[in-house]
Structures are given as C-alpha cells and as structure tokens.
Design a protein around this ligand. Structure first.
Ligand SMILES: NC(=O)c1ccc[n+]([C@@H]2O[C@H](COP(=O)([O-])OP(=O)(O)OC[C@H]3O[C@@H](n4cnc5c(N)ncnc54)[C@H](O)[C@@H]3O)[C@@H](O)[C@H]2O)c1
Length: 235
C-alpha cells in the first residue's frame, strides 16, 4: 500500500522539489499552496488536512514547508509582518500536527517533518520574526516527538542554510538596503558570509533530506533537527 504525504508550499522552490522527490520514491502526495488554502488561518490548515485524507483515504506524513521572509530592523519591523510570520512558520505547523494527529497515529508509522532553517539554530540581524518562528518550530517537533512516541509518530525539523529559491531571491533588495551594499554583493557578503562552504543549496538537496526523514531509515530521527547548512552553525 503506497504511503500518503501532505506537502505545504508545494508551488515553491523547495516544496515543488519535495513533491517531485517523494513521488519518485513512490509516495502519493497531496501538494498544496496558497491558491488552495491560506495557511495563516486555522480553517486553511484544517481544509488541507481534510482534503488529503479525502483524496487518498489515509495520511502517513505531513511536510510543513510553506513560508516567507521579511527583512527589517526590529525598530521598524511591521507588527503585521511579525504576526504573519508566526502564523505561517509556527502556528501552521502546529495546526497541521493537531488536525493530522489522529490520521498519523492510525498510520502506525506517522511522520511529521517541518522545514525550519539554520535560523532555527542561529540568528541573523534583521530577521527577528523569521528567526523566532524557526526556533519555535524546533520546540514544536521536540514536543510532537514526545507526545507521538507511544503512537508511532516521528517528528523532525530540517535546518537548511541558504537555498536557491524565489524566497532567497525576494530578499536581495531588502538585504542590500539594510546592509548598505549593492544587490550584486548580497549573495557573497550576506547569504554566504557565515557559511564555511561558499555555495547555496539546491532545492533537491533539501528534498533529499525530507525523503530521508520520511523513509524507514529516518524513523529514529525524532525530536531533533537535521542541519543542512554548509557548516554555518559549526562556528
Ligand atoms: N530558500 C532558503 O534559503 C531557505 C532556507 C532555509 C529554510 N527555508 C524554508 O523553506 C521553506 C520553503 O521556502 P522556499 O525557499 O521554497 O520559498 P518559496 O517562496 O519558493 O516557496 C514558499 C511557498 O509557500 C507558499 N506560501 C506562502 N504563504 C502561504 C500561505 N499563507 N498559505 C499557503 N502557502 C503559502 C508560497 O506561495 C510559496 O509557493 C520555507 O519554510 C522557508 O522558510 C528556505
């Protein structure tokens, strides 16, 4: 019997790579993005879980991947951007876990995988909302791991460094402004400054980490982050 996964942010750079990889591995995948439901709302999260179960009759894994970024100093950080970052990056994974809980328990081998970030382990200036939410999601997967242990649910968080996607591209102008440098210097002087290995990840590399977390070999990875950061957090 094929296993069924729900993937959020499926139209994005990393999300579409996750869908492609899981389908290649034999998963049935229900991929959703903002056109299907707004995941900053409880109703949106409920709807995508219900739709996955209605479509395939079961749910064995949830990959909480949808996200966005906002770059600003704290003194200017718009409160509505803070609220939206917490809603999408932290509250949505919580709601997905809550609404999918019974189905994941029924699976007998349920998996929950959140795409956190190296910013779940370390901070960068001008990313207060994103960094706070990504740290929080690591606390969430630890809690899911403890509560899920007796019902066969494993939970992990993947922590990538910079990945070449629209989310990274979209912050070049703001990073240039807050750091006072031209946009063409952002990749080298901001994105890759803290990474010993001077390259951005490709979405397929993050998808490979997700595939491992959801595989039989990844079941023991529960309650802990899988850090894929080109050495960033080793300093
Ligand atoms: N790109 C990076 O450098 C990087 C590094 C570490 C972690 N991440 C994380 O990886 C995940 C995917 O990021 P990406 O780089 O592929 O970004 P992306 O912008 O390419 O894709 C994100 C997707 O989320 C969707 N989304 C946004 N708001 C939504 C909403 N309210 N409801 C439903 N869907 C919504 C977007 O439509 C988009 O398709 C995010 O959680 C991000 O924080 C990215």
């Amino acid at each position: 019997m094929p296993r069924v996964a729900l993937v959020t942010g499926a139209a994005g750079g990393i999300g579409s790579a996750i869908v492609e990889r899981l389908e290649a591995d034999g998963w049935l995948v229900h991929g959703v993005d903002v056109a299907d439901a707004d995941l900053t709302t409880p109703a949106g999260n409920r709807a995508v879980v219900d739709a996955a179960i209605a479509r395939f009759g079961q749910l064995d894994a949830v990959v909480a991947n949808a996200g966005f970024q906002h770059v600003s100093p704290i003194r200017d950080f718009p409160e509505e951007k803070w609220d939206a970052l917490i809603a999408l990056l932290l509250t949505s994974p919580f709601l997905l876990a809550k609404y999918a809980w019974d189905a994941l328990a029924e699976s007998g081998d349920g998996r929950f995988c959140a795409i956190s970030s190296v910013h779940g382990i370390v901070a960068s200036p001008f990313k207060s909302g994103y960094t706070s939410a990504k740290h929080g999601v690591i606390g969430l997967v630890k809690t899911i791991a403890l509560e899920g242990a007796d019902v066969g649910i494993s939970a992990s968080a993947i922590c990538p460094g910079y990945v070449r996607t629209p989310l990274a591209e979209a912050q070049v102008a703001d990073q240039a402004r807050v750091h006072g440098i031209p946009p063409e210097r952002v990749e080298e002087e901001v994105f890759l400054a803290a990474q010993p290995v001077k390259r951005m990840l490709e979405p397929s590399e993050v998808a490979g980490a997700v595939a491992f977390c959801l595989s039989p070999a990844g079941k023991g990875l529960t309650g802990s982050p899988l850090v894929l950061d080109n050495g960033w957090s080793a300093r």
